[in-house]
Design a binder for this molecule. Structure first.
Ligand SMILES: [Zn+2]
Length: 124
């Protein structure tokens, strides 16, 4: 099984393998999937994991004309303008799927494309 396939399996089970804003590999999500053993095994291969995640991100960005402010700080998926993502008071970027009612209550604000181009693609 390749590292990419392992990451895919973990995600299916609710695990989160992502690069944070500083390019550091992070493991989060479902604790029954992201066991200490799994984390340790992935950390031993952190360079390979990072490479897979970077390739994945590049491929995602290359396959679209939509614009993104970056990855979600909770699940690591690419966030797109116009899809319900919000910026938390803490400064974290959270995708529409991860955004919780209490985040909104705490004062999160919808992200807006600074150039406004995301709204002219016809996709949003
Ligand atoms: Zn998310």
């Amino acid at each position: 099984m390749t590292i990419g396939a392992v990451i895919e399996k973990l995600r299916e089970g609710g695990g989160v393998v992502m690069l944070d804003a500083n390019g550091v590999v992070r493991f989060k999500g479902n604790a029954t999937v992201m066991t200490p053993e799994i984390r340790a095994a992935l950390e031993r291969r952190a360079d390979l994991v990072r490479q897979v995640l970077e390739e994945e991100r590049a491929a995602t960005l290359a396959n679209t004309t939509a614009r993104s402010p970056g990855p979600c700080d909770r699940c690591g998926r690419i966030v797109w303008f116009g899809q319900g993502a919000e910026r938390l008071v803490s400064g974290e970027l959270v995708c529409g799927d991860c955004l919780a009612p209490w985040d909104v209550e705490a004062g999160s604000v919808p992200i807006v494309d600074p150039e406004g181009e995301g709204y002219e693609t016809g996709l949003l």
